[in-house]
Design a protein around this ligand. Structure first.
Ligand code: UFG
Length: 328
C-alpha cells in the first residue's frame, strides 16, 4: 500500500515511516522540516512544503492517490502553545483543514489523525477512556480537539473515514538504535534526563512538587513510539471494514510520577540523577493515564513495550548511537 505521511520527518512520524517500510509499504513524507529531520527519512519520497502553503500543497497532491494518509504534521508542545497560541492554531488547525480539503478534492478518503491526551484536560476518572469529557486546558489540546471535531463532521457529511489516535506520552526509540527523539531544544522528560551533558542538579528541574499525587509530582502514562506506529496500521485495517469516524486512546495504562521516571532512568544509566524542584509548568494536568481497552479490543492493538524501563532502555540505546545516525 502507499501512504502519505504529513509530519513524517518528526519524532513519531519518522518511526511510522520506518514501520510502514519494514512492513513492505511505501511512505511519501510531506514535511516543512521546521522541526523534522531529513536524516530520519532518508529512504522516502519527500514533499518539502508547509500545509499552510495551499497552492504548493494543491500542486503536490493533484492526482495523487494514497491508501491512507497518516497525519502528524503540526506543533506539539503544551508550554509553547500557551506562549504562541496563534502559531498553534495556524499550524494545527489551518494546516489540517488545508490538507483535508486537498485530500477530499483528490478522492483520498482514509485518514489517521495524530491526536493527544491533551484534549481531555484535567481527568475526572483514574484512567481516561474515550467517553471521558473533552475539556482541554491548553491551546495545544484545543487545536487537536478542533481538528477531531472537524473530522467527525466531514466523515458524517462527505464520506471521509477518519480515526483519531490520542497518544499519551510518546517515548522510546526504534529497536535498531538508528532512529529516535531529536528535538531542538529538547523539552520532554526522558530525553532531557538522558541527554544531559553533565549531571549537576541545575540541569534538571522537576516542575512542581505540590500536585495531589502520592509524591507530589505529575503522573504520566509513557507509551513506546513503535507501539504507537503499530496502532496506526491497525487503524487503517479497522477502517477498511468499518467506515466513518473513530477515536482511540493509546497508552500503557500505568502512570509514573516524574520522580519514578527519574528513578527508572537511574537504573538504566547505573548512576544517580540529580534534580531540583521548580514551579509547576503552566498547562500541565496532574495525572494522565490511558484506558486503552477499546484499542486493544477493537483494533487488536498489542503494545510490546509495557515496562517503563524497557522504554527508557530503548531511548538510551538511541542516545548512545545518535551522533552516528543523525547529522547534528
Ligand atoms: N517534566 C519535568 N521536567 C522537565 C520536563 C518535564 O518535571 O524538564 C515533567 C512535566 O511537568 C510532566 C512530565 O515531566 O509532568 C512529562 O513532561 P513531558 O514534557 O515529557 O511531556 P508532556 O506530558 O508535557 O507532554 C506530552 C506530549 C504532549 C501531550 C501531553 C499530554 O508531548 O504532546 O503529553 O498532556 F499533549
Amino acid at each position: 500500500m502507499i501512504f502519505l505521511v504529513p509530519g513524517g520527518a518528526g519524532y513519531i512520524g519518522s518511526h511510522m515511516v520506518k514501520y510502514l517500510q519494514e512492513a513492505g509499504h511505501e511512505a511519501v513524507v510531506l514535511d516543512d522540516f521546521s522541526t523534522g529531520h531529513e536524516w530520519a527519512v532518508k529512504d522516502s519520497e519527500i514533499m518539502r512544503l508547509s500545509l499552510l502553503d495551499q497552492e504548493a500543497l494543491s500542486r503536490a497532491l493533484k492526482g495523487r492517490k494514497f491508501d491512507c494518509v497518516i497525519h502528524f504534521a503540526g506543533k506539539s508542545l503544551v508550554d509553547e502553545s500557551i506562549k504562541r497560541s496563534n502559531a498553534y492554531y495556524r499550524s494545527n488547525v489551518v494546516g489540517s483543514l488545508n490538507l483535508i480539503n486537498e485530500l477530499m478534492l483528490n478522492d483520498n478518503n482514509n485518514m489517521v489523525f495524530s491526536s493527544s491526551a491533551a484534549i481531555f484536560g484535567n481527568p475526572i476518572t483514574d484512567k481516561i477512556n474515550e467517553d471521558h469529557p473533552r475539556d482541554p486546558i491548553n491551546p495545544y489540546g484545543r487545536t487537536k480537539l478542533t481538528v477531531e471535531n472537524f473530522l467527525e463532521h466531514i466523515c458524517d457529511t462527505h464520506g471521509l473515514n477518519a480515526t483519531c489516535l490520542r497518544y499519551f506520552n510518546a517515548a522510546g526509540a526504534h529497536h535498531s538504535g538508528t532512529l529516535g527523539e531529536a528535538h531542538e531544544p529538547e523539552t520532554h522528560l526522558i530525553p532531557k534526563i538522558l541527554n544531559r551533558e553533565n549531571y549537576s542538579s541545575e540541569n534538571l528541574k522537576v516542575y512542581g512538587d505540590d500536585y495531589d499525587t502520592p509524591d507530589g509530582t505529575c503522573i504520566r502514562d509513557y507509551v513506546h513510539v513503535e507501539d504507537l506506529a503499530q496502532a496506526h496500521l491497525k487503524a487503517l485495517e479497522f477502517m477498511q471494514v468499518n467506515k466513518g469516524f473513530y477515536t482511540f486512546n493509546l497508552g500503557n495504562g500505568n502512570g509514573f510520577s516524574v520522580l519514578e521516571v527519574i528513578k527508572a532512568c537511574e537504573h538504566v544509566l547505573g548512576r544517580r540523577v540529580d534534580y531540583q524542584f521548580a514551579d509547576r509548568r503552566e498547562g500541565d494536568p496532574p495525572v494522565l493515564i490511558a484506558d486503552s481497552a477499546k484499542a486493544i479490543d477493537q483494533l487488536g492493538w498489542s503494545p510490546q513495550h509495557t515496562s517503563l524501563e524497557s522504554i527508557i532502555m530503548s531511548a538510551y540505546f538511541w542516545h548512545l548511537n545518535k551522533s552516528e545516525f543523525s547529522l547534528q
